[in-house]
Design a protein around this ligand. Structure first.
Ligand SMILES: Nc1ncnc2c1ncn2[C@@H]1O[C@H](COP(=O)(O)OP(=O)(O)O)[C@@H](O)[C@H]1O
Ligand SMILES: [Mg+2]
Length: 252
């Protein structure tokens, strides 16, 4: 870890025509830090991630990145005409030594537990398997910064849990800086060093929560449950339980 942040955003505003989407967003991400962005649907999370990726120029403000960035989206980004192995190899283009490239490719296939599917094409895989290939491709090569936009949202619960575990495992083996968008509060609580809570559009940072708990974290761990509650509170989504509601009012 170095002292200078991996990502710095300063006073970022973004508008599409008359639609203001980001309103003066400022934050740094430390090298090796895992930051999760949560916020209401349509508030500007994807827009913010695109600004971080450098693929969208903001209307105002500055973005600085120290290190190569790679983006993972929710939707299939695999090339349908390439096999699983070839799709992953795309992420390893920078590795010039053939044997080293093959070694890394095998290692990534093992990480996502698709060793037996290297020769399969994306259409021959389930959604969860395809998303694992996306993850492997993102982890391939030398990118130090991963920008992930709801990468597991389209998957069933068990697959989501498994992929979070695989991501945590991969980061333990090879630390990187991550900015991860999710609408899944539990996912945020399980993964984040820091959660940035965005407001309704135009998005501003409305709250910031730190979760200092080593990973992997079980979803059922009391401190993960407590972190989920804090995030729900920050979003104004905390619910009452029947029990709490039925507590009789104190006698006057
Ligand atoms: N390229 C674009 N042109 C016009 N409007 C856009 C564009 N991209 C996003 N928007 C609008 O900006 C707002 C924020 O979108 P987005 O960043 O995708 O939100 P989120 O990811 O938080 O759901 C939405 O109202 C969306 O319709
Ligand atoms: Mg989005």
């Amino acid at each position: 870890m170095t002292d200078s942040p991996a990502l710095s955003l300063a006073r970022i505003s973004c508008a599409f025509g008359s639609l203001a989407v980001l309103d003066g967003v400022t934050f740094d991400v430390a090298a090796g830090e895992f930051v999760v962005l949560v916020g209401p649907s349509g508030c500007g999370k994807t827009t913010l991630l695109n600004v971080l990726a450098g693929s969208l120029a903001p209307t105002a403000g500055t973005v600085e990145a120290r290190g190569a960035r790679r983006t993972v989206y929710q939707q299939d980004g695999l090339f349908p005409w390439l096999t699983v192995g070839e799709n992953i190899a795309l992420g390893l283009r920078g590795v010039t030594d053939v044997h080293e490239r093959e070694r890394q490719q095998a290692e990534l296939l093992a990480l996502i537990r698709l060793e037996d599917f290297a020769g399969h094409y994306p259409h021959q895989l389930s959604g969860g398997m395809r998303q694992r290939v996306e993850l492997a491709r993102a982890l391939a090569g030398h990118s130090d910064i991963l920008l992930m936009d709801e990468p597991f949202s389209a998957l069933d619960y068990q697959t989501r849990l498994r992929l979070r575990r695989e991501l945590v495992h991969a980061l333990a083996a090879r630390p990187r800086t991550v900015v991860f968008v999710t609408h899944d509060i539990e996912e945020a609580a399980q993964l984040a060093d820091r959660v940035l809570v965005l407001s309704e559009r135009p998005a501003r940072i409305q709250d910031e929560l730190r979760i200092t708990l080593p990973r992997p974290r079980a979803v059922t761990h009391p401190r993960v449950v407590e972190a989920s509650e804090r995030i729900l509170d920050a979003l104004g989504l905390r619910e009452e339980t029947a029990e709490a509601l039925s507590v009789p009012a104190p006698e006057p």
